[in-house]
Write a protein of this length. Sequence first.
Length: 645
Amino acid sequence: MCGLAGCLGVRHGADLSDAARMADSLTHRGPDEKGSWEDPAQGVALAHRRLAVLDLTPAGRQPMASADGRLILVFNGEIYNHLTMRNALAEQGAAPAWKGHSDTETILAAISAWGLKKTLQTSRGMFAFGLWNRETKTLTLARDRLGEKPIYYGKMGASFFFASELRAIRQIPDASLEIDPGSLSLMLRYGYVPSPRSIYRGINKLPPGTFLQVQANGTFEEPEAWWSLEKVIQEAEENKLDLTDSAAVDQLEKLLGSAVREQMVADVPLGALLSGGIDSSTVVACMQAQGHRPVRTFTIGYEEKNYDEALHARKVARHLGTDHTEFRVTAEDALKVIRRLPEIYDEPFADASQIPTALVCSMARNQVTVALSGDGGDELFGGYNRHAWLPALWDRLRWIPRGPRAGVAAGMRSIPVQWYDTVAGLVQGAMPRRWRVHQAGEKLHKLGEVLAVSNREEFYQAIVSQWRGPLPVRGGAEPSTLITKPTSWPRLRDFRETMMALDALTYLPDDIMVKVDRAAMAASLEIRAPFLDERVVEFAWRLPVEMKIRHGVGKWILRRLLGRFVPPEMFERPKQGFAVPIDRWLRGPLRGWAEELFSVRNLALQPWLQGEEIRAIWQRHLAGQNLHYALWGVLMYLDWAGHRK
């Protein structure tokens, strides 16, 4: 994995050094080597930081030129089928005299022979790159299908800049970067800044599955799609597979096994992140089935029993025979990594599971350079609780007038979370494990916050919002997004799949992938996600929804597949997720840190935030209301803003 940067439209040599300076700020993404290339006559410069994973020789260095010298490439990511692409080029007589065996060299040769679009559509992997064409004098930026790898871009004056992370763009001398209050609003609402926006005015993220062409003078049009998840979803709606249960599981095992096999190729040590949940356990099972030695697996555990999945991961690891490492997280460990979050996530980001993600990535990097993960399984196979229960719950609630529902909601929120958890513990002891509700009190409080809605679309919008109601942001209206425009949602017959589609189009690239990429890259670790192989993605969307959610339980087909490797009693339990006891920590060991950020003095320094409202919510949380989701977003912004001074 790597970091890349570049500039275009610069006409005097001194400014071309901006690209190298930008790339140097990305050393964590590529600690092994650095390189730069420039053409002062054209005012273009490209720079690169390399984490060597394939072809560790000098033949893999970047920026890399095509065999004919026409194309110059800086590349971040992995093309898992690049050897197949090499064979195709050879069969067509279009292969150059290869200098090494890197996928970067393969991409250059393919673009030279096939053109940009065909190469992108043939490539299977995760990537973001910048490509300078010396013949046409154009710069092309491109990003992978699901948004696994990041790339930001924008203009300052007459010059165009791009980079893997915002920190690189901040290296530009006299950079005039202003906070976008609309982006801040969205970050507080959802916990992340949705694409194509960034926290800064005029700086954008390239959306997944698109490319952008920039002229020599720095001008550009809108990004163009070369692949569309929404199109895949819509086409699958009319072409559902007609398979028996066993045939469907067989097909998934074949596709996922192929993706895992391709993604296990590396010239450096490799392992896997294992939470003990269905997704990561399935990936590890597929890895172990294909390997000749125990897979190295890594997991995080908590002292708080309600949040600890380490025991489950340990059982799965023991059954599969992996070489397992476990790290138990205390509040003190969390506070240490929290101090680093503004540096790790150099754009405000507020998914609290960023804490264990950063910790497990750091732990894994002590032994491996590449790790596979189970990311994407929830969005593809109906894994979030809302996928299974929200439509059925709404069908029962919608007959109750809104007024009484609001009264019930207020009553639910008035009861402490701990009381719900105590009662649930007594009642659920006699229930089958798969029907028990993990963290029942928190889920009931969350339900109480969203009951007074008018329709199922609003129900979904409320469920995915960390901040509900008016935002404490000055400076303009909250921008609309796909989530707030139901008329733009994919047109699917089953609302459960509509929610899955929305999660895959928004939450997956802008939250999950950001969380994983930044945490992994901060540790110089490459994370690969076999579920995001496009063959698995397309297959998942063609499956009937009943093969994903059956009898009110999600990920039916994944459970059946995992059951071929692991006894069901090891994984048939309520979904837990990568949860963090932030509510308790903020009232306890993290309170001093939060109080400092929420101080009247500190809030007065933030022109975009309404300090009095934020402090009032903080006091309500300290008094026992669980408002930590909303508060975490404010804390992450305040801490980030403080580090940007």
